[in-house]
Design a protein around this ligand. Structure first.
Ligand code: AMP
Length: 282
């Protein structure tokens, strides 16, 4: 497995593979890899001849008060995980390689991004769409893999690919959780012992909400209220949002029907803003 921070080297390597008629999968990440990322890499390895994992903490998708500086990094451990999982190339550029002096072109989106995380993180999806577009242009993969953990991001990327006629298959992969239910996240590392315990309230409320809908509840407000009430029993939890939306439009709904996304964002002890969700077809 190779590691490079240079766009040209990625391009040359992918050209070589193409000459041999090989297919290429891309897994975009911000590193500090865990089993959630690994599930994406495994799937990519199973479905492509070669897999590129990008590791880039993208400054453009962080707001001015967010955790860009403190975001965890460990290239050595990440390389080991990628190699063991069968990736062929890690692309870990410096910000200067991705954003040269004078950079001023962006991929922006309306609609889908004016909901959920887009409301509390106003610059986030512009940064995500721009960097993913750049990664697609650099790697030119056949398929790219994204986690349902970031369900809005997955919907946004699928829409961008459709709207801008990108010839790339977007593959969504299920949420990987800790044994006790907490969705795996690089940001879980911000949690101390007390906060780690408190963070369980996210998955508990997700499982409860999902059961309510599966058992036939169709009043979105009732489900959201039950979830909010449960989360509020945890003193360290501070709700950003609890929402039920149409997964294709991100529009809030009163009566639960169709392809739904129930998504939550909760701040735990002022240490970490965590997200979780469930998706159902009802
Ligand atoms: P990140 O490094 O947090 O930007 O995540 C990179 C990719 O891994 C994104 O597509 C995420 O949705 C995905 N991912 C992160 N955590 C998980 C998880 N627990 N289960 C499945 N996918 C995940």
């Amino acid at each position: 497995m190779k590691i490079t921070g240079k766009i040209n080297e990625v391009r040359n390597q992918v050209k070589e593979w193409r000459k041999e008629g090989l297919t290429v999968g891309l897994v975009p990440t911000m590193g500090y890899l865990h089993e959630g990322h690994q599930s994406l890499i495994k799937r990519a390895v199973a479905e492509n001849d070669r897999v590129v994992v990008s590791i880039f903490v993208n400054p453009m998708q962080f707001g001015p008060t967010e955790d860009l500086e403190s975001y965890p990094r460990d290239l050595k451990a990440d390389s080991k995980l990628c190699e063991e999982t069968g990736a062929s190339l890690i692309f870990n550029p410096e910000p200067e390689e991705m954003y040269e002096d004078g950079f001023c072109s962006f991929v922006d989106m309306t609609g889908l991004t004016n909901a959920l995380c887009g409301l509390s993180r106003p610059v986030h999806f512009r940064g995500v769409c721009t960097v993913v577009n750049k990664l697609f242009n650099i790697v030119k993969p056949d398929r790219a893999y994204f986690g349902e953990k970031d369900a809005q991001q997955l919907a946004v990327i699928k829409r961008m690919v459709k709207d801008l006629n990108m010839d790339i298959e977007i593959v969504g992969c299920p949420i990987i959780r800790e044994a006790d239910g907490l969705a795996k996240s690089s940001r879980n590392t911000y949690l101390g012992e007390k906060e780690r315990e408190a963070a369980l309230i996210l998955s508990k409320s997700i499982f409860m909400g999902k059961k309510m809908v599966e058992d036939g509840e169709r009043d979105a407000e009732k489900v959201k209220k039950a979830m909010r009430d449960l989360i509020n029993t945890e003193p360290l939890a501070d709700i950003d949002y609890v929402e039920i939306v149409d997964v294709n439009t991100m529009k809030s709904m009163e009566k639960i029907s169709g392809e739904i996304l129930c998504a939550i964002a909760v701040n735990i002890g002022g240490k970490a803003r965590l997200i979780d969700n469930f998706m159902l077809m009802v």
